[in-house]
Design a protein around this ligand. Structure first.
Ligand code: UD1
Length: 459
């Protein structure tokens, strides 16, 4: 997995012939936060079903640099019995088991270089502030999908009695000499990161913290429920108001391991891919109840979907369309997830109808649209938050030497789907960004019948 890696994909020219099963990994947006929470514990913790992608590796490196000891134990399920129908994504799936002992952490400086490659690094400030009352960190990086400010975090720490200093090159130093104190914090905007970070900070703070206008994403509940089993006192999990009563000491590591919930964004990505390209695709080990909004929309548009207890089967539909113009907007959970907006747009280019997509979460999430237009999609940009799509349009090959560019994790996956629908051969560059969120994606796609190769541009 190198910065020069590219994918070369043979399009299916609209044929729905992929076939098989894909096993969904643990949610990176959950596992990364549990890794950060390990700092709150009195000894080593075990994290299960952790996906093996580059963001997880980055978080391992950040924690190790601060003094944590991490043992990557094994895959929790390494292989499945071969079965001819449908094919199973055998050795490519299964989660890592991480044993993290953060008790020896002796630095509260989050490595600037590593932190700027991943937005989730900011969540570490919560557990570090909770345990040590101080932290130094750079403005976090991550997908370039908007301004992504950190004002909610900083004002939250301020309310909890900390002082925030900003030094040159955006280095922030936060400290609370006598430790954080419980406070009532009302977020001016719903934020996943701010909710979970301040929730973690509050676990070891003195007194009670009330967080209002919280995000309700299942990944936050996944971590919060585990913290409670281990001694935290968090109420209102999954609601807009979370109350945390600070504990008198660190959390108890021996209580229970953390089991990462299935990645609903990965499952939704494969669902959209299957709706466009598969004769039959079984999406296994997912949590359908976390995907209600996505499933409902696709079913309304005519996609054949069958829901089972922990799997979803999508099979070729004859007639996908929308008789009325439709307006779809991304929203916080349980609304339509912003992370599935790029693959949804690719899907809509193939559907008879007129659609408007409004991106309400991030203002910079349509960069990939230019590539779709080059492939023949009929998309009009209204402004940085809204586009209109008229479908269906076949997607064609680009001119010689032209490539598709993955601008971020999810837009990168969307371009894989676009290339697959397309007629011809496509090169996608910047695939290291796709690797941040989708483990061994080309191996899993090959099993379904996709012709995809990873090449090194520099070679
Ligand atoms: C998380 C997910 C990301 C997903 C996003 C929204 C991780 C690692 N990433 O990102 O995949 O797309 O939730 O579901 O879990 N904001 C502020 N000030 C702040 C913090 C956020 O204005 O201090 C804004 C952001 O710019 C954005 C909105 O709040 O417009 C929501 O962002 P947020 O929910 O914080 O996203 P992340 O936690 O970064």
């Amino acid at each position: 997995m190198d910065k020069n890696d590219e994918f070369i994909i043979q399009g299916l020219a609209g044929e729905k012939k992929l076939h098989g099963a894909v096993i969904i990994n643990g949610a990176k947006n959950s596992a990364l936060k549990a890794m950060a929470a390990s700092i709150l514990f009195d000894g080593p913790v075990i994290l299960e079903n952790v996906p093996d992608n580059s963001d997880i590796q980055t978080m391992i490196s950040i924690l190790e640099k601060m003094g944590a000891k991490i043992n990557v134990k094994e895959k929790s399920f390494t292989s499945f019995p071969a079965s001819p129908e449908p094919q199973r994504a055998s050795k490519n799936s299964g989660g890592l088991i991480l044993e993290i002992d953060a008790t020896g952490i002796n630095s509260t400086e989050i490595d600037p270089e590593l932190a700027t490659s991943m937005r989730a690094s900011i969540v570490l400030t919560g557990s570090l502030m909770g345990r040590f009352g101080k932290v130094s960190f750079p403005a976090p990086g991550g997908c370039v999908i908007g301004a992504r400010p950190i004002d909610l975090f900083l004002s939250g720490y301020g309310k909890m009695g900390a002082t925030v200093k900003e030094e040159n090159d955006c280095l922030h130093k936060i400290s609370a000499i006598d430790g954080l104190k419980g406070a009532e914090i009302t977020f001016s905007k719903i934020s996943v990161g701010a909710t979970e970070t301040l929730m973690m900070a509050a676990v070891l703070a003195k007194g009670k913290t009330v967080l209002n206008n919280c995000a309700r994403e299942p990944e936050i509940a996944n971590v919060a429920e585990w913290l409670n089993v281990c001694g935290a006192n968090i109420k209102g999990i999954g609601t807009p108001t979370i109350e945390v009563e600070g504990t008198n000491g660190k959390l108890l590591s021996f209580k229970e391991s953390f089991v990462t919930i299935p990645d609903r964004i990965e499952a939704g990505s494969f669902l959209i891919l299957g709706a466009l390209c598969a004769k039959k695709l079984k999406i296994e080990k997912c949590q359908p109840k976390h995907m209600n909004t996505v499933v409902k929309l696709l079913v309304e548009l005519g996609v054949n979907i069958k829901i089972e207890k922990d799997s979803i089967i999508v099979s070729a539909s004859d007639f996908i369309n929308s008789t009325l113009p439709r307006s779809i907007k991304t929203l916080e959970y349980p609304g339509f997830p912003t992370d599935l907006q790029p693959p949804l747009v690719v899907f809509l280019t193939q559907i008879k109808g007129q659609f408007s997509i409004r991106e309400t979460i991030f203002e910079g999430r349509f960069k990939y649209v230019g590539d779709l237009i080059k492939m023949g999609a009929n998309i009009t940009t209204i402004n940085s938050r809204e586009i209109k799509i008229k479908g269906p349009t076949p997607l064609h090959e680009l001119s010689e030497n032209e490539e598709l560019t993955a601008h971020d994790i999810r837009a990168g996956f969307a371009l894989i789907v676009a290339a697959l629908i397309g007629n011809g051969k496509f090169t996608i560059n910047n695939v290291h960004l796709i690797d941040r969120g989708y483990e061994k994606i080309e191996e899993r796609l090959k099993i379904l019948g996709v012709e995809i190769e990873r090449t090194d541009k520099a070679r």
